[in-house]
Design a protein around this ligand. Structure first.
Ligand code: GLP
Length: 246
């Protein structure tokens, strides 16, 4: 795993945005795997700025998001579809019909997951995937478990994740208890993976991700096995991971 250390969140965002822009310019019809959460917001902001400066063109880009809360419709301001529209898609020239997330409103979870896997297969897989890191080591909504889930599946969110994500909701009871998420095998199938991590509160879990054993107890640790996985993390996030980071 290549590890880039940046001074702060802004540096992390800029570095990741440079790599994404390079991907878009090198292959204008790229399939980008996108993430939600607070971590990638700065990357999206930078990409929007470059689009406005005429440096980026999203007209042939396809996007596949990692996950969506089960039960939330696109209009719900806590849905990941709403987040993506608001933080990226509404501000660039991407064709909305080429932006995909699992269908949170599909009550039949098997159907929702099967259909999402068919979409990913149909677009030919993911060229570049960006990931945030959950406080318990999750990627997408692949929570710690006994084995690595392969394809899109429905997950029961852990208490730790509900606790971490309740800040976006009015009250804790409003946080959905389930989500549809891309599986580990699909994530690992991406050509390049960028794992973005910022902040001291993720320092210990990031140390385990990079230096610990590969285990489904720390889902992101599987990235050690990916030939083109890049960690872009700020000094605070790497504060427990000595001597690492270019
Ligand atoms: C959520 C998302 C993840 C994200 C994680 C971390 O649970 N499903 O994809 O990486 O939160 O969020 P944040 O970036 O806000 O710390």
């Amino acid at each position: 795993m290549r590890v880039y250390k940046t001074k702060d969140y802004e540096g992390m965002s800029k570095k990741a945005a440079f790599l994404m822009a390079a991907q878009i310019n090198a292959k204008p019809d790229s399939v980008l795997g996108l993430a939600t959460g607070s971590t990638p917001v700065g990357v999206y902001r930078q990409l929007i700025q470059w689009y406005r400066e005429d440096l980026l063109d999203f007209s042939r880009i396809t996007t596949i998001n990692l996950d969506e809360y089960r039960g939330l419709a696109a209009e719900n301001d806590q849905s990941y579809r709403y987040f993506m529209n608001h933080n990226l898609f509404d501000h660039v020239n991407i064709r909305k019909e080429c932006t995909y997330l699992p269908d949170g409103t599909e009550p039949d979870s098997k159907k929702a997951c099967r259909e999402y896997d068919a979409i990913i297969k149909g677009v030919g897989g993911i060229d570049l995937q960006i990931l945030g890191l959950g406080r318990n080591g999750h990627i997408g909504f692949n929570e710690p478990g006994d084995y690595f889930e392969k394809t899109t599946h429905c997950v029961d969110l852990t208490e730790s994740t509900i606790e971490a994500n309740k800040r976006f909701f009015q009250k804790e009871e409003d946080v959905p208890r389930q989500a549809y998420t891309m599986g580990i095998q699909t994530i690992m199938g991406a050509g390049t993976i960028l794992l973005l991590v910022s902040g001291e509160e993720k320092a210990e879990i990031l140390r385990q991700v990079i230096c610990g054993p590969v285990t489904p107890r720390v889902p992101a640790s599987i990235l050690q096995m990916h030939p083109r996985a890049v960690v872009i993390a700020d000094e605070a996030a790497l504060s427990r991971t000595e001597n690492l980071g270019e």
